[in-house]
Design a protein around this ligand. Structure first.
Ligand SMILES: Cc1ncc(COP(=O)(O)O)c(C=O)c1O
Length: 403
């Protein structure tokens, strides 16, 4: 601000955040509501998670568990359940008292981790396209993001990480790698070889890694492998997950961090000044959810895999190029076979053209041109909803070029 500038003449929003505007999800969900279109934009299921887990939340509310501030690190029942979950699925041992932190969804875990671990000027290497909160949180922490672009391969219908590009992106200023696997929006699940190369790089350059694994249970024919289990990684990895995707309760905002005590303590220092605590009764319910039998997790996968196939096949028949996801509940498509190349214009017109809402992948890129012709559809919806969306999308081919 210039010395003569009056404070009220300055824009209310600071420069670090002004560039981000309103999230595309809000814009597109509002468009869906206004037009009555089928919303395959934002990633939330259209049915709630298991009835017994809803009941567990009601019980907690009625019994007065969690109605007042829960403990800062999270209720012991949930911290223990998170530690058990990491052991049960991945053989990773964490101490529930010192190595687990409960957060307001993965969103707060990401924000608190970056605010805690970064000094202004630190570089963060992140896989592009990336979930939109990453860029904003890196900016709030005063860090600099260094994107490494996942490359689409139309032939195989998948995206790939070029490990040499990742290696080249690391400088003396790099503080951490921010990873997301299974990956939103491309549906890529990083392979053992890719993760092993990332682990080697992190050890060699003495980097921290923050890894967002919220889609850990949504994998189809692929294996989700936590980075923390690779040699040398436990002590340098902050693993983030949450209940929203796994249990279809995205509104409850129960997330968690697992990491060695010094890293958990650091993240907690930032977290205590963000929400301090959240979701009291829901924490008890999610402790029960994490202990559901294997059959729950398998059924979730089978159900979503069928929906993936329904939407991916339908989109291909409708003329889109399709990247069939190995994980998450999103399908990325290429709109160029439809004669279009501007995902923004395409998504803004789509509700009017055929009554469907999708998200332009360009919003997940620094290099917007790299994402321009790609559009993301969510398949965490009822089969009838997906079938109706597909039938509407099939009308596009006969409409000719729009944007
Ligand atoms: C990659 C990724 N990370 C984090 C989140 C947010 O998780 P939560 O709802 O637990 O805050 C999402 C939600 O869409 C996501 O896609």
């Amino acid at each position: 601000m210039a010395a003569t500038e009056h404070p009220t003449q300055r824009p209310p929003l600071n420069r670090r955040l002004a560039v981000f505007g309103t999230t595309i999800f809000a814009e597109m969900s509002a468009l869906a509501t206004r037009t009555g279109a089928i919303n395959l934009g934002q990633g939330f299921p259209d049915t709630d998670g298991p009835e017994e887990i809803r009941e567990a939340a009601v019980r907690a509310l009625r019994d007065g568990r969690g109605n007042q501030y829960p403990p800062g690190p999270g209720v012991p029942e949930l911290r223990t359940a998170v530690a058990e979950h990491q052991q049960r699925w991945y053989g990773l041992g964490y101490d529930p008292d010192s190595e687990v932190l409960v957060t307001a969804g993965a969103t707060e875990a990401i924000a608190a981790s970056l605010l805690a671990l970064l000094e202004p000027g630190d570089e963060v290497v992140a896989l592009e396209p990336y979930y939109d909160s990453y860029a904003a949180c890196i900016a709030m922490a005063g860090g600099t993001r260094v994107p490494v672009t996942l490359r689409p391969d139309a032939g195989s219908g998948t995206y790939h990480l070029d490990v040499d590009e990742l290696r080249a992106a690391v400088t003396d200023r790099t503080r951490l790698i921010l990873l997301n696997t299974p990956h939103n929006p491309t549906g890529t699940v990083l392979t053992r070889d890719e993760l092993s190369a990332i682990a080697e790089l992190a050890c060699e350059r003495d980097l921290l890694v923050v890894t967002d694994e919220v889609y850990e249970h949504l994998v189809f024919g692929a294996e989700h492998i936590p980075l923390a289990g690779f040699p040398g990684m436990r002590e340098r990895t902050v693993t983030i997950s949450s209940a929203g995707k796994t249990f279809s309760f995205t509104g409850w905002k129960v997330g968690w961090v697992t990491a060695p005590a010094p890293l958990v303590n650091a993240v907690r220092s930032a977290k205590q000044f963000l929400t301090y605590v959240s979701s009291g009764p829901f924490q008890y319910a999610i402790a029960e959810a994490l202990r559901l039998p294997d059959s729950y997790f398998h059924a979730l996968r089978t159900d979503l895999e069928a929906k993936r196939d329904l939407l991916a096949d339908g989109l291909r028949e409708a003329g889109f190029g399709v990247f069939r996801p190995a994980g998450t509940y999103f399908v990325t498509t290429d709109i160029r076979p439809l004669g279009e190349d501007d995902g923004f214009a395409f998504c803004r017109a789509l509700p009017e053209r055929c009554g469907v809402v999708a998200i332009p992948n360009a919003v997940f890129y620094d290099h917007r041109d790299q994402g321009a012709p790609f559009v993301r559809f969510a398949f965490c919806k009822g089969e009838q909803v997906l079938a109706e969306a597909v039938s509407r999308l099939k009308s596009l081919a006969s409409q000719g070029r729009w944007s």
